[in-house]
Design a protein around this ligand. Structure first.
Ligand code: GKR
Ligand code: MG
Length: 433
């Protein structure tokens, strides 16, 4: 075996990145959100990078896996799963629910572990690509397209974070968007700046009639262009059907109107509007029931919690076999993850929809050259590995912010952030409407 392809060291760097005051059904984004940057350094002196969630529960699982990697070949990506099972502790009960009400569906211990494995898998692929002089998409079997389409991710939002205590994230120039006119103005800026042609509105924030009005205003401003609405499971079956009826023929899909497979199946039975999800189908054990009951017609893949880029390709094959559409989910992330998303998306023939990305909301990054959307797409990189370089100074500064934080920003908690403005706020029980 070529020992240069063996892991020599692993570096884990937790960071805090600036995030605007974006609203969702649980509350508002904090001024900073945690991410974890993974570096795998080979004996051949090559550095591969990966990125994932950075809350404490992820850091706890990442460390033992990082410690177990030196001496292992970076070609052994399948071995990462068994190794994570062995070293990450209390991991064998895939049914263990650690949070049933998250914005990405139920969080099982299994899903947390896969979210860690994925960052190492991406770092292995990046390092292997750099060793071989090949792009990650080539290691995944080759690209089937040269560009990947993304959609504009619209949020209701405030102009500024409420407490005023974080100057680095005050006044990003986007202003507030709290009504149909504000949403349309935001969408117009996304379209003019990045060329996005599809639009997704994060809903579940205002009473459904207000969100219906916002989607109708978008349809008027952008006739015939794909529109999506995602209230993160905030509605009852009746409310979901009420919205679906009013937006039939306007929406490309309705994403997670209700919470969980059972309610989604009941909504699906009552409407012809396609239903999409990144909440009720988020892991392999959830696929069979949802597909058998025709609860969803589109699954939003996410390489972070599906366990990496190759698992994303497996999900795509399952969706293809069952005639279920495939789109891509996104949660606050930086350029390393966007590069990984773009490489895998380039290899999946049935990625039928423009991918989500929060990236335009993130003004900070840990790569030297930020990605730029043109005409709503990213060009697929043919450079070795992911095609991105770490900006060490930026990484050190964002890590310093994490190290100096008193602990409040190190765990994402949108309800706690909301309490800064509304002290009596609690995470609303579902269904909210
Ligand atoms: O960042 O507020 C947010 C989103 O709601 C995010 O947490 C979701 O995971 O974007 C996601 C979604 O599509 O549900
Ligand atoms: Mg969603």
């Amino acid at each position: 075996m070529d020992t240069s392809l063996t892991v020599d060291q692993v570096r884990l760097t937790p960071i805090l990145i600036a995030d605007p005051p974006l609203l969702n059904t649980q509350g508002v984004h904090q001024p900073y959100t945690p991410r974890l940057i993974v570096e795998v350094i080979t004996r051949g002196g090559v550095v591969g990078v990966g990125e994932t969630y950075g809350d404490g529960k992820y850091l706890e699982l990442a460390q033992p896996l990082a410690d177990a990697l030196p001496g292992r070949p970076i070609t052994d990506m399948n071995g990462l799963f068994a190794l994570a099972d062995d070293v990450c502790g209390e991991s064998h009960n895939t049914e263990t629910r650690v949070d049933a009400g998250g914005l990405r569906g139920a969080q099982t211990v299994d899903k947390l572990r896969l979210s860690i494995v994925s960052a190492f898998e991406v770092a292995f692929l990046d390092a292997l690509g750099k060793h071989r002089g090949e792009p990650v998409h080539a290691l995944l079997g080759g690209k089937v397209r040269d560009a990947v389409d993304y959609s504009a991710y619209l949020f209701y939002r405030w102009a500024q974070h409420p407490d005023g205590a974080h100057p680095a994230v005050q006044d990003d120039g986007w202003g507030a968007a709290l009504d149909p006119a504000g949403v349309v103005a935001q969408a117009r800026r996304f379209a003019d700046t990045y060329g996005f042609r599809s639009f997704k509105l994060k809903g579940g924030v205002f009473p459904p009639d207000e969100e219906i009005a916002a989607i109708r205003a978008l349809a008027e401003e952008f006739p015939g262009q794909p529109l999506r609405l995602d209230p993160n499971g905030a509605w009852s079956v009746e409310t979901s059907l009420y919205v679906a009826e009013r937006l039939a023929g306007v929406l490309e899909y309705l994403e997670d109107p209700a919470s969980g497979t059972d309610l989604m199946a009941r909504v699906s039975a009552g409407t012809s509007v396609p239903l999409a999800t990144n909440m009720c189908v988020t892991a392999v054990p959830e696929i069979a029931e949802a597909f058998r009951r025709d609860a969803v017609q589109v699954v939003l893949s996410d390489h972070h919690y599906w366990g990496g880029l190759r698992r994303t390709q497996e999900l795509a094959a399952i969706c293809r076999a069952f005639g279920v559409g495939l789109s891509m989910h996104s949660n606050t992330h930086l350029g390393i993850s966007l590069a990984a998303m773009t490489h895998v998306a380039a290899t999946v023939p049935n990625l039928d929809y423009a991918c989500d990305s929060h990236y335009p909301w993130q003004t900070e990054d840990v790569i030297t050259v930020r990605h730029t959307f043109e005409d709503g797409h990213l060009t697929v990189s043919d450079a070795p590995g992911l095609g991105v370089e770490l900006d060490r100074e930026a990484l050190a500064a964002l890590h310093r912010r994490w190290a100096e934080d008193d602990g409040t920003m190190r765990e994402r908690d949108d309800a706690a952030a909301m309490r800064t403005a509304r002290p009596d706020w609690v995470r609303p029980p579902l269904p909210r409407w």
